[in-house]
Design a protein around this ligand. Structure first.
Ligand SMILES: [Zn+2]
Length: 585
């Protein structure tokens, strides 16, 4: 049970936490001033320190060689659970055994920081073994340049030891570089230490600057985590040191480590500016769900169109023109890098209306391959009587032709010159002549079902809203789903294109065959939120931001998860889920 550390906010593996000392510390942070080391047991026989709430006390420790026998380890184990003050335990990354501490310091950090694969293995190993609601601390390795990546990987605490040593050696550290002080004509910083004339700036000042630069970078990192934009920063910043780029690519290859921790939706826009964006969880997850959960329910031909810079696409001028030509006679699916394909029912669903990409008209081979793959998978799962490709030359056309080669369907191409040219639009309208329009009712029902598929799992839309006589009310995108009696089951949330359930909807969800996201709680009635200690069990596939039903002997509720299902079970502190509606049993 951790009493003195709580995770308050999450952005992938990175988190904002609070170390509850007399003076609380918001993490990720530099912990030099609060870490008190009681020393190694190898050097001397040490009694239990007194400790207090002002500091994070590192209890006496012994680093044991890797592979030491179990009974040897147990004999040397320190019992943190019996202390009443904040404690940290020193563990080796190859044997990170939980000891009831509030924080864990990896003793071999200087061995793996600097090596992409080793760093990834050490961090994931430690995170898997140690409770989610404890702080992970690396000592003697942080620099202004690497600390953003350390936090991105899930590190909560660092110190300034290395930055000070480098300063004393005349190495001037910045967020992008390590420079020899003697080589600098100007100081590229305006911290207090750097205010003085260049000639008077000595190694003592360099130490002060390095610490200030580390602190500034940590402030930047915390702010990025709060706004859900740390990954955007990492993709650019990591370029300044190759091992950092290697490390974050290593983490991209560990999809489940990041996917478990990545929220279902965010307020912030996602910046798609590098080739690595294709690998990030939000992009991969959308593509995966569109090709394994989404199901087309229209009988009309597929019309492939290019995306627009303006989001949602249907608000753009070009898509307005496509719509005038198509007029609900075709199922208009947008092709885009880096998202893949976006069916119209999901055009509001995160991140489909939340990304901003660099528009040059040039497609990299990676982008073409990615979009072609998604389109191919999409067509394998969804049957269409015809495919009309209303796409421009260059990237788009090449991708569609690549997919057509492996398809049984003959694609019809309708663009001459530009997709919004009069001739092109006339071709598009002509291609759909004789096709029947689908109704507004069909459109709205298919939209809420498609979102349910996407959000809850394969076939969830039919299981939840299929075999009852549902009705939709309200004006798109603010749709409400109601049963035959008019009771509201769910609301579509336009900002994220996801569903929020009512209690009646929650009842129906639990009773249906749809995959549920269920949080089982103890015998209490939650108000506003459910705290992690009250959670008895939680579905494995719950992600931060997911819609959940909360079920216990005293209450039934619906709400939104603040942490993943595994973290809810693992944690003894923090808000597991917010509660929207609750009913006492
Ligand atoms: Zn400075």
């Amino acid at each position: 049970m951790t009493e003195f550390f709580e995770v308050l906010d999450r952005d992938g593996a990175a988190r904002i936490g609070e170390l509850r000392l007399t003076e609380p510390v918001t993490t990720p942070a530099r912990l030099d001033s609060v870490l008190v080391d009681s020393g190694s047991l190898w050097a001397a026989d040490r009694g239990m320190p007194d400790g207090d709430d002002d500091a994070l006390t590192i209890l006496p420790h012994r680093s044991l060689p890797a592979g030491s026998r179990e009974e040897v380890r147990e004999a040397f184990e320190t019992d943190h659970a019996e202390t009443e003050f904040p404690t940290a335990a020193v563990v080796a990354s190859d044997d990170p055994t939980p000891q009831g501490a509030d924080a864990y310091i990896l003793s071999d950090a200087s061995g793996f920081v600097g090596h992409g694969e080793g760093f990834k293995d050490a961090i994931i190993g430690a995170k898997d073994a140690l409770p989610a609601d404890t702080a992970l601390v690396l000592s003697g390795v942080a620099t202004p340049r690497n600390v953003a990546l350390l936090a991105y990987a899930g590190v909560d605490g660092v110190d300034a030891k290395l930055a000070k040593v480098k300063g004393s050696q005349g190495k001037y550290l910045t967020g992008d570089d390590e420079l020899f002080l003697d080589d600098l004509d100007e100081l590229p910083c305006s911290c207090p230490a750097c205010q003085q004339p260049r000639a008077e700036f000595d190694r003592e000042d360099c130490i002060d600057h390095n610490v200030a630069a580390l602190d500034a970078e940590l402030r930047r990192v915390r702010e990025r985590i709060r706004t859900g934009r740390l990954r955007d920063y990492i993709e650019g910043q990591a370029r300044h040191d190759n091992w950092l780029t290697a490390a974050f690519r290593e983490f991209d290859d560990q999809y489940s480590y990041l996917e478990n921790r990545t929220p279902i939706m965010r307020k912030a826009e996602l910046s798609a500016a590098t080739s690595d964006t294709l690998r990030r969880v939000e992009i991969q997850r959308f593509a995966e769900r569109v090709t394994t959960r989404y199901r087309n329910r229209f009988d009309n031909p597929l019309v492939l169109v290019p995306c627009s810079a303006r989001k949602p696409y249907s608000d753009s001028q070009s898509h307005g023109q496509f719509h005038d030509a198509i007029g609900y006679r075709g199922h208009t699916v947008s092709m885009t890098s880096p998202i893949g394909v976006v069916p119209p029912e999901l055009e509001l669903t995160y991140p489909a209306q939340h990304y901003d990409s660099v528009v040059t008209g040039r497609w990299s081979e990676d982008e073409k391959g990615f979009v072609a793959n998604v389109l191919e998978e999409y067509l394998r799962r969804n049957d269409y009587p015809r495919v009309v490709a209303h796409v421009p030359d260059h990237g788009y056309r090449e991708i569609v032709e690549r997919v057509e080669r492996d398809s049984d369907l003959d694609f019809e191409y309708t663009v001459e010159g530009h997709p919004t040219d009069t001739d092109s639009l006339a071709n598009l309208a002509g291609a759909l002549e004789g096709e029947l329009k689908f109704s507004k009712r069909e459109r709205q029902h298919n939209t809420v079902k498609a979102i349910a598929d996407y959000q809850f799992g394969d076939r969830a839309g039919d299981a939840l809203f299929g075999d009852i006589d549902i009705q939709t009310t309200g004006r798109y995108p603010k749709l409400q789903v109601r049963n035959a009696d008019g009771d509201q089951l769910a609301t579509m949330v336009p900002q994220y294109g996801l569903l929020a359930m009512t209690l009646t909807g929650g009842d129906r969800w639990l009773a249906s065959d749809a995959p549920t996201k269920r949080v089982e709680i103890d015998g209490f009635v939650p108000h506003g939120s459910v705290l992690a200690p009250g959670v008895i069990n939680a579905s494995d596939d719950i992600r931060p931001g997911d819609e959940v039903v909360i079920d216990g002997p005293a209450a039934f509720a619906v709400g939104r998860a603040e942490m993943s299902g595994p973290e809810m079970i693992d944690s003894t502190r923090g808000v597991a889920s917010t509660v929207r509606h609750v009913r006492e049993r």
